[in-house]
Design a protein. Structure first.
Length: 103
C-alpha cells in the first residue's frame, strides 16, 4: 500500500506552488508595457503611480518586475504573498498537524 504524504510536506509545497503560479501569471498581467515607466513616478526603489493601471511594471534597473504601489490591487498581492509565507509558521505554532500519540 502507498501511504499518503504527511501534511507537513504540503505546508511547504502549497506556498511554493502558489508563488510559482503567480510568477507564471506576471507576463500575462504585464503584456501591455515593455519598457520601464517614467522616472517621475519612482520613489526610490518603489513605483507609485495611481494613474497607471498596470499592476506589475518593469523594474527601473535590472531584470524583472515590481508592483505599482499606486494600484490598490498591489496591496492585495503583497498581503497574499505575506499570508502565504506566514501560513506554515502559523500551522506549526498551532500544532495543527501534530500526530496523535501512539496507543
Amino acid at each position: 500500500m502507498h501511504a499518503p504524504s504527511p501534511p507537513s510536506v504540503w505546508i511547504i509545497l502549497i506556498p511554493v506552488l502558489l508563488i510559482g503560479v503567480l510568477s507564471l501569471l506576471i507576463p500575462f498581467l504585464t503584456w501591455k508595457r515593455q519598457s520601464p515607466p517614467d522616472d517621475d513616478a519612482w520613489r526610490g526603489i518603489f513605483y507609485w503611480n495611481p494613474k497607471d493601471p498596470a499592476l506589475f511594471v518593469p523594474k527601473r534597473f535590472g531584470i524583472g518586475y515590481t508592483l505599482n504601489f499606486g494600484n490598490p490591487w498591489s496591496w492585495v498581492v503583497l498581503a497574499a504573498i505575506f499570508i502565504i509565507a506566514m501560513l506554515p509558521l502559523v500551522f506549526v505554532g498551532m500544532n495543527v498537524f501534530q500526530s496523535p500519540a501512539p496507543r
